[in-house]
Ligand binder design. Sequence first.
Ligand SMILES: [Zn+2]
Length: 304
Amino acid sequence: MTALALDIGGTKFAAAAVHADGTIQARSEVLLSGYGSPEEALAAVVGQITARVPEEDLRAVGVGSAGPLDARAGTVSPVNIPSWRGFPLVKALGELLPGRGARLAGDAQCMALGEWWRGTPRLRHSRAVLGMVVSTGIGGGLVLDGAPFLGPSGNAGHIGHIILDPDGDPCPCGAAGCVETYSSGPNMVRWARANGWAGDDAKALAVDARRGLPAACLAFARAAGALAAAILTASALFDLDNVVIGGGVAAAGPILFDPLRRAVARDARLGFQRRLRIEPTSLGRDAGLLGAAALVLPGDRPDA
Ligand SMILES: [Zn+2]
């Protein structure tokens, strides 16, 4: 069986035909800026797959989308696509590929599911996995006992909005002191600039941290500390085995992961928290597409 998998991001849409054994048979990607509307971009990215894989072979459709979303209604409202507010994505896909039910989840939830399914083999034996995307924002998703835990509205796993300090900086979500206000790329840059760093973006901040520039190193240490607090909170709630982290900020590598692991090791005081393993994504950007496919492929997925 083959599924059409979609990854709906704020600036680009990706699609793939994914076989039940996890192989990707075709993939495509379009930039939203290249189309008159997101609806046209959606039709184009799907059309690029159906041009290469017979439509009748695509038996189901799985979608990971930037949030927020309403999985029950099949609608999405990606923050960076202003014209899509409560957009009926599942219905639109039903018109592009009639007769198949589409299943919708968050992009970070799909990333977690993709890593569990096709990432490091050890994850397949893990009963409690948290996937995180640390980037412009911070998203997350849980795979518990081998199934994605999406929650009644489809929004479970929003770890970026765990509140670390109710008196902290305002967060775009409306609360204050969320982990996102410490550890997202733009917020790390904002803090570094307020503390004497002169660069522009998270990539430059990573370069300077690798060089040992104090303000940049401190920005990463601060972000890692906040991530560690959020991860340990999730660990206490869900008895996590593994945390897998992807996204642009996580791509910085050891300058983020070293202080993160140190902070978690220091503060994991409960015995069950000490087995927690934290690692970078092993699938990169394919994780989201594979996870979207796994939403609709048969439950007896072959072991990796
Ligand atoms: Zn928030």
